[in-house]
Design a protein around this ligand. Structure first.
Ligand code: BGP
Length: 491
């Protein structure tokens, strides 16, 4: 779609930046905080990059006022952060821990005092460890009950202070990595278990959305989804069908439930036949139907390219570590990776990648916004987007990060085009405000506008330094994004 002139960003557009409790706070057991599953998992040797963990992180817990002052200086309109459930309820349920909760009182108060809208994520992966031990975490509906109670306490506490709430951060990611691929806690590798746990999270999500509207009808609440649109490898109709399958498997499976209260029919049918569909109890669909969000949060980093599945595409199957004539291998493949019947990933020859191999695809961001909006017709809040890179602190304490500016500029430009196309976007939170811990990639993969002087081995000074991108984004915000235009020769 060509536009001779781009629309301006709406007045009140929420320019922001994001973080998550475990990745920034540190103070792992301060003021009565209980342990989370990440506190335990990150201590198992070999689970994270060079055994890094969030015990100290970037010490946001103790430097919160300094960090908010930097946000103010930058002109942030919103700051997205998560609450560590185990600070409020050290065992996940029971008595509220006032001492721990007061940290969020201070943070929210400081944000409001500086004219910054707090945007609160209720769950960014740090499940209280006690719930994992007692109930088996998200495999139990008791954990969903505890989550609803925790959300109630927090949403009542911050009435009249917080308007924007995120239920779950990237349910698709913490479910897949935690229950299917074993790379996140609880380290399980079983597809069917993931499906069951995922259904329970869906119920928790819907209950909390409903509850938020009961507590305060002016609340705006939704999930943040890790969205990656699927491209067909080329115009071979078999690849096109594969891309449809990939979208259903990677995206619609979650988003349809959030918005429509049901699973996409064709995929559900396939999983039922394979014995892999979640157990749906009587009444579950009623719960899901009552949890329609006010917006969809989108975390966008990149999408993916797919081709025809290995079972039908003989050339592909031949080259893979998979033997079609071996019935046991076939069975294992089906029960643990049903998508191999539907599509196969492929390399996209048009895209460059970051140092960590993530595709850089700003146009894909416009595609993502368009697709999500076309299918669900809900406003979109971009809750994460950014580039992980190795930054260098110069002797004069400057940090030159033109690659980050270019990444963000091209993505914001595509978002502006999507708005001009007709997509309703409420705000944009870059990932991240300060440097922080990358779950599996330690401290050297940096995302922030603010450099934090620490590395994987040592906490060093933990001093904060503004990167070049800090000043650039400050100007973007001051102009409400409207200086982000196409450069000559860019299309
Ligand atoms: C998202 C998470 C964030 C953040 C980001 C960058 O999936 O919601 O918490 O970590 O990805 O990922 P990484 O740290 O792996 O580079």
């Amino acid at each position: 779609m060509y536009h001779a002139k781009l629309d301006t960003f709406p007045a009140g557009f929420l320019w922001g930046a994001a973080s998550a409790a475990y990745q920034v706070e540190g103070a792992a057991d301060a003021d009565g905080k209980g342990k989370s599953v990440w506190d335990e998992f990150s201590k198992v040797p070999g689970k994270t990059f060079e055994n890094t963990n969030g015990d100290v992180a970037v010490d946001h817990y103790h430097r919160v006022l300094e960090d908010v002052a930097l946000m103010k200086e930058m002109g942030l309109k919103t700051y997205r952060f998560s609450i560590a459930w185990a600070r409020v309820f050290p065992s996940g349920e029971g008595e509220v821990n006032e001492d721990g909760s007061r940290f969020y009182d201070r943070l929210i108060h400081a944000l409001l005092a500086n004219g910054i809208e707090p945007m609160v994520t209720l769950y960014h992966w740090d499940l209280p460890l006690a719930l994992e031990k007692k109930y088996g975490g998200w495999r139990s509906r008791k954990t969903a009950d505890a989550f609803v109670e925790y959300a109630r306490v927090v949403m009542e506490r911050y009435r009249h202070q917080v308007k924007y709430w995120i239920t779950f951060n990237e349910q698709n990611v913490f479910m897949s990595l935690g229950y299917r691929f074993g790379a996140h806690p609880p380290g399980i590798r079983d597809f069917k278990t993931m499906m069951e746990a995922n259904h329970i999270v869906n119920l928790a999500n819907a209950r909390v959305v409903k509850l938020a509207h009961e507590i305060d009808p002016s609340y705006r609440i939704g999930p943040s989804f890790g969205y990656g649109p699927s491209y067909s490898y080329d115009c071979d109709p078999n690849h096109v069908l594969a891309a449809m399958n990939a979208d259903a498997f990677n995206n619609d499976w979650w988003l349809d439930v959030y918005v429509k209260g049901r699973y996409p029919k064709a995929l559900l049918y396939q999983l039922e036949k394979a014995g892999l569909a979640p157990t749906i109890r009587e009444g579950d669909y009623d719960i899901l139907a009552q949890g329609r969000p006010d917006f969809l949060g989108m975390n966008y980093y990149h999408g993916g390219t797919v081709q025809w599945n290995r079972y039908e595409n003989q050339t592909l199957a031949d080259g893979k570590d998979f033997n079609k004539t071996d019935p046991y291998q076939m069975q294992a493949q089906w029960s643990q990776a049903p998508e191999t019947r539907m599509f196969e990933t492929a390399k996209n020859p048009h895209l460059k990648t970051t140092a960590w191999g993530w595709e850089i695809d700003p146009v894909g961001f416009r595609v993502a916004l368009r697709k999500m909006y076309d299918r669900y017709e809900l406003p979109i809040l971009v809750t994460e987007n950014g580039i992980g890179a190795i930054d260098k602190l110069e002797a004069d304490h400057t940090i030159k990060d033109p690659y980050r500016i270019e990444y963000l500029r091209t993505h914001i430009l595509e978002m502006r085009k999507a708005i001009t196309d007709g997509v309703e976007v409420l705000g944009y939170c870059a990932w991240s405000f300060t440097d922080l811990l990358s779950w599996l990639n330690g401290y050297k993969k940096r995302y922030g506008f603010v450099y934090v002087d620490r590395d994987d081995k040592s906490e060093r000074t933990l001093n904060r330094y503004k990167k070049d991108s800090f000043f650039w984004y400050r100007d973007v915000i001051a102009q409400n994004g409207n200086a982000i235009e196409e450069k000559e020769g860019e299309q």
